[in-house]
Design a protein around this ligand. Structure first.
Ligand code: PLP
Length: 415
């Protein structure tokens, strides 16, 4: 597709260039696990090409679905175009994608060290610190990336806006500090609608496609947009380790991309209204949302086209108020995940960031909101009645609710 098309157009038409030739209009779903081989020689050559990360040769075969699937490949082509990347590689989940990125840049390459800018999604923080993949990780502040590099550093990991408190890191500055070391940006919260890390020098833009890209809460998936050389390394890891995206999931994601720009912009508009409302509420001690600090270093201005639809807030009534609010909302579902058409509320310290060590875990009074497509006044009314329920609880002396997570949170209570 030509580079001059608006992203909204790419979202609708990307990855569909072969459909007219196939005589179809909607995306075909190819469920084949195996594919006919033209002859042994060309079959073997095809296998060899794909097992080492390449694409199926024109006169060859796709051989086996762990190596290649055309439904997945169409989604990858569309996402790559939206991310201004040469290629994209899709995986079974965001964590499978992050695992492949780490494996492709350590181990066999000789590198065994990763620099990770905090805060990060709890699962990523945990994966990097767990030792499961045989890498050592130095966690740091965005300004300490250069200081944290070692001769055996193979990768720099950063997430911006970061889960859950929407911290913003300067992508171009981190790329500069990283020098020759490739940088992967977790772009899940921003989506390609609001931010394109590759334009800022990042080697890879990673998504938990489970969130905004799918957008309807019915697919678990991950995807990495990158250059063709990196894509070969990632496809090789995927072919060998098998963290595949199923074609039905790829179909749903590809269809989800068509409405991504409209969803993100509408959800963002509602989020901004809700942020303005939250700021004035006495029940809320602090609101976390990009730009509320007036962007003193001009980072948002340089790297984002909008501030998104994720909000975090600290409840003045502490963990007790946070706990009551999560069980009192009616439209906001109390659930992890984010980025779908319906609004969600969750407590990061107990759930999404539970595996993070206490010193880096979000505070116990923090709640995270994912704003959906419901009417914004209905959402505000729902929060208002949940806040009233929390205030009622506190008045009635029920300010220390016993919940299964309360004991686990002792280490998380900070300032
Ligand atoms: C959810 C999430 C992930 C993990 O993705 P899964 O699809 O759940 O494996 C990674 N990064 C961020 C920012 C996330 O929100």
């Amino acid at each position: 597709m030509t580079a001059s098309l608006h992203p909204d157009t790419v979202a609708v038409h990307g990855g569909r260039s072969d459909l007219a030739g196939l005589g179809v209009h909607a995306l075909p779903i190819d469920l084949s696990t195996t594919n006919p081989l033209p002859d042994i020689e060309r079959g073997g050559d095809s296998y060899e090409a794909m097992a080492t990360g390449g694409r199926p040769p024109a006169d060859g075969s796709m051989v086996y679905a762990r190596l290649w699937n055309p439904t997945v490949a169409r989604f990858e082509e569309a996402l790559a175009e939206l991310e201004h990347a040469q290629a994209a590689v899709a995986f079974a989940s965001g964590m499978a994608a992050m695992t492949a990125v780490i494996l492709a840049h350590t181990g066999a390459t000789g590198a065994r060290h990763v620099v990770a800018v905090r805060p990060l999604y709890g699962g990523t923080d945990h994966l990097l610190g767990s030792g499961l993949l045989g890498v050592e990780t130095t966690y740091c502040h965005p300004d300490e990336v250069a200081l944290s590099l070692r001769p055996d550093t193979g990768l720099v990991v950063v997430e911006t806006p970061a889960n859950p408190t929407l911290d913003i890191a300067d992508i171009a500055d981190i790329v500069r500090q990283a020098g020759a070391v490739p940088v992967v940006v977790d772009n899940t919260f921003a989506t390609p609608v609001l931010q394109n890390p590759i334009d800022l020098g990042a080697a890879m833009s990673l998504h938990s496609a489970t969130k905004y890209l799918g957008g309807h809460g019915d697919v678990i998936a991950g995807v990495v947009a990158c250059g063709e050389h990196t894509a070969e390394a990632l496809r090789r890891v995927r072919a060998v380790t098998g963290g595949l995206l199923h074609p039905l999931g790829a179909y749903l994601l590809h269809r989800g991309l068509t409405t991504l720009p409209v969803r993100v912009r509408h959800q963002q508009e509602s989020a901004r209204r809700i942020v303005q409302w939250l700021i004035d509420r006495p029940e809320v001690a602090e609101v976390f949302y990009p730009g509320l600090d007036d962007d003193p270093r001009g980072i948002l201005e340089r790297q984002m086209r909008g501030t998104g639809a994720m909000i975090a807030m600290r409840m003045r009534g502490g963990f007790a108020a946070a706990s009551t609010v999560t069980s009192a909302t009616r439209l906001f579902t109390h659930a992890v995940s984010l980025g779908g058409v319906d609004s969600l509320i969750q407590h990061p310290a107990a759930l999404t960031h539970r595996p993070v060590p206490p010193e880096a875990r979000p505070a116990a009074d923090v709640l995270r909101l994912s704003i959906g497509l419901e009417d914004v006044d209905d959402l505000i009314a729902d929060l208002a009645q949940a806040f009233a329920a929390a205030a009622g609880d506190a008045d009635a002396g029920h300010s220390e609710p016993v919940t299964p997570s309360a004991s686990a949170l002792r280490g998380a209570v900070r300032s």
